[in-house]
Ligand binder design. Structure first.
Ligand SMILES: [Zn+2]
Ligand SMILES: [Zn+2]
Length: 347
């Protein structure tokens, strides 16, 4: 089978490797689509370091090729599935208290990690989430980032009809928008980049603002009868994006720092504001199994449409190009299509 191996930053090699033989308790998956997420982009550019070589890819979908003899769940060969490819040990403190997204052992074994940029992968049955035929492999590859948005919004304890402010209209900001709408929220997207604002509009944002031209505090008050936003997800790592967002919050508001920052960032806020206004400031990282399950259901029920966020599809031979496009910042999701030939035809 073909495998894309990250050998060193900026160096991906397409290799031939034997197709994995699944254990009795595993399922073999033929992969069909896998997104180039921020994690892969950081590994590729060397901004995040894990032991190399490794096969990246964790936003993947495909179909069941074979099923181990001792798999208890009833699975059918050929069944289309979304895959949870971030390994959790199930044994550490965080796994045991239901926070497997914070698993202490998830990046320890490079051979067991990620692996979506290969034609086949052997996984445990609990990593496999069946899909109906109405969801394409491309759409299913969004199950993982959608699950992260679900986790993020649950952490904010959002309630129906509240006003959510999303800071940043990149892929994750816009996926938050789609999930927030499915949860019955009214959503304002704050984004300085015009094409991204247009996309937020196209995806149905209730309000879209340019924070360089609009005062967020005033705007938030204007649409909420003077109250301010009930909650906020920060998906932009721009340091200047945070402070106006926090100041635009209502009392008792919740703020989730979803983005990672490259440098050390302090909260640009006087602690008395947190005290007097009962603000809750939190962060989220990844997702747990229930979030993934719900993400697959959202896609299966046709509750959200992620298709506009697919910017490009590349075959193995143009994966480097795909990475560069994803990193450029002008694209939303770029997908590796495992069955696509060099001319771009899908088999
Ligand atoms: Zn991801
Ligand atoms: Zn663990």
């Amino acid at each position: 089978m073909r495998v894309a191996t990250l050998i060193a930053p900026w160096n991906i090699a397409i290799e031939e490797r034997p197709t994995p033989t699944p254990r009795d308790t595993e399922v073999l998956i033929k992969l069909e689509a896998c997104g180039i997420c921020t994690l892969e982009q950081r590994l590729y550019s060397g901004r995040m370091r894990l032991s190399l070589p490794l096969v990246p890819g964790h936003e993947a979908a495909g179909s069941i090729a074979s099923i181990g003899q001792r798999v208890v769940e009833e699975l059918i060969p050929g069944q289309r599935v979304a895959l949870d490819l971030v390994e959790r040990c199930g044994e550490c403190y965080y796994c045991r208290i239901g926070k497997s997204n914070l698993c202490l052992n998830r990046y320890k074994d490079a051979t067991k990690m990620l692996g979506g940029f290969a034609e086949y992968i052997a996984v445990r049955p609990n990593q496999v989430f069946p899909l109906p035929d109405t969801v394409s492999f491309e759409e299913a590859s969004f199950a993982e980032p959608i699950a992260c948005c679900i986790h993020s919004l649950k952490r904010l304890k959002v309630a129906m009809t509240e006003d959510l402010l999303i800071v940043g209209g990149g892929t994750m900001g816009l996926l938050h928008l789609l999930v927030a709408h499915a949860m019955g929220l009214r959503v304002t997207v704050s984004e300085p980049n015009p094409p991204r604002r247009e996309m937020a509009q196209r995806l149905g944002a209730d309000f879209v603002v340019d924070p360089t031209a609009t005062n967020l505090v005033d705007f938030g008050k204007e649409i909420t009868d003077g109250i301010g936003f009930s909650s906020c997800v920060v998906t932009s790592p721009s340091p200047s994006a945070l402070e106006p967002a926090i100041r635009a919050m209502a009392k008792a508001a919740r703020i989730n720092i979803y983005t990672a920052y490259e440098d050390v960032m302090q909260i640009p806020l006087d602690l008395n504001t947190i005290h007097r206004n009962e603000l809750l400031i939190t962060g989220t990282e990844g997702r747990v199994q229930e979030d993934f399950f719900q993400a697959v259901r959202l896609l299966s029920f046709g509750k959200i449409n992620v298709k506009p966020l697919i910017s490009a599809r590349v075959p193995f031979s143009r994966l480097d190009e795909g990475f560069r496009l994803a990193i450029s910042g002008v694209a939303y999701r770029v997908l590796l299509m495992h069955g696509m030939d060099d001319e771009g035809k899908q088999s």
